[in-house]
Design a protein around this ligand. Structure first.
Ligand code: DON
Length: 308
């Protein structure tokens, strides 16, 4: 293992070189115009030390649409406020289904498999909304505080576009509401959820913001967000459910807790050591960044920094 993360800069440079042919492979998400127009040739990667030092390569300071990566942060914020009660409303098993699937909800009585598929994330945001009165604002403030980037904010065009194409998420929310698993009015919940997904942040911002997961629950200012056990739980759910129906393949290739988003970003955690974020908008069929997964695969192979 490298003595200091400074020695990782050449590793990042090497990875960028090795995956050079991959940005451009895969296709940007095309369900809303704002994501479809992303340039698939972009690539950035950042690694943040436990003390907040960040190293990066390529477009590591370029903001992109965080999308489902935000589900990690809403889960952590909700757990910090209500603890175990959350798990009565959402499970923690891999779904084996696409992230926006409706199919399991009916025979599992409106309880989503895990907090990282859309149904589960809607439940978490609903509960955070009840607890805080402004789930998306609470999330934005948390990301600002942890990353130190106080310009980090929503992309209102993306949020509006998500709303205009939001039938699937509306169906999920209404269906769960029929089982009594959603407390807020569905339109208000969807507004919060789409704002949450629309947050723009860079690889550097997200690697820093995820730092509490490598510091066993401790925030950038030294205060406690999660207990050590809760931080372990969030990392475990990321490992098993963070990349949807590709979670097995991601664990096999990368060997780290990770969470992807359809904007092309992926965050990953080396507990006790560092956090990573990689971005490249070309997605594979399951919605994960082609170059992003390959870069993380190379990172753990070259450094040996894995949970296994
Ligand atoms: O709910 C949606 O459809 C999007 N706003 C977020 C999807 C997403 O990133 C899922 N991930 N891979």
């Amino acid at each position: 293992m490298p003595a200091s993360l400074k020695s990782l800069q050449p590793v990042l440079d090497r990875i960028a070189d090795e995956v050079q042919g991959l940005p451009g492979r895969g296709r940007p998400a095309d369900y809303i115009p704002a994501l479809a127009s992303a340039d698939p040739r972009r690539f950035g990667m950042a690694v943040a030390d436990l003390d907040g030092t960040v190293y990066g390569v390529g477009d590591w300071q370029q903001p992109f649409s965080t999308q489902s990566i935000t589900k990690v942060f809403t889960l952590a914020l909700d757990l910090s406020l209500e603890g175990e009660l959350l798990w009565e409303h959402v499970g923690r098993e891999p779904s084996g289904n696409p992230f926006n699937s409706l199919v399991q909800l009916e025979y599992e009585n409106g309880i989503p498999r895990n907090p990282f598929i859309n149904a589960g994330a809607l439940v978490v945001t609903d509960r955070l909304q009840t607890l805080t009165g402004d789930a998306a604002g609470t999330l934005r403030d948390f990301l600002r505080a942890e990353s130190g980037n106080h310009r980090l904010t929503f992309d209102e065009d993306v949020a509006d576009s998500e709303t205009a194409h939001g039938d699937r998420n509306a169906a999920l929310a209404h269906f769960m509401a029929s089982y009594g698993n959603i407390a807020n009015p569905v339109p208000a919940l969807l507004d919060q959820y789409f704002r949450q997904c629309s947050i723009e942040a860079s690889c550097a911002d997200l690697a820093l913001a995820a730092g509490f997961l490598a510091r066993h629950g401790i925030r950038a200012d030294g205060s406690t967000l999660l207990t050590r056990s809760q931080a372990k739980q969030v990392n475990a759910v990321m490992l098993t459910c963070g990349t949807y129906d590709a979670a097995g393949d991601f664990a096999y290739r990368v060997g780290l807790p990770g969470k992807s988003g359809v904007g092309g970003g992926i965050i990953a955690v080396v507990p006790g050591r560092c956090t990573l974020c990689v971005w490249s908008p070309g997605l594979d069929q399951r919605g994960n960044s082609v170059a992003g997964v390959a870069a993380l695969d190379r990172f753990t192979t070259l450094t040996g920094l894995s949970v296994f």
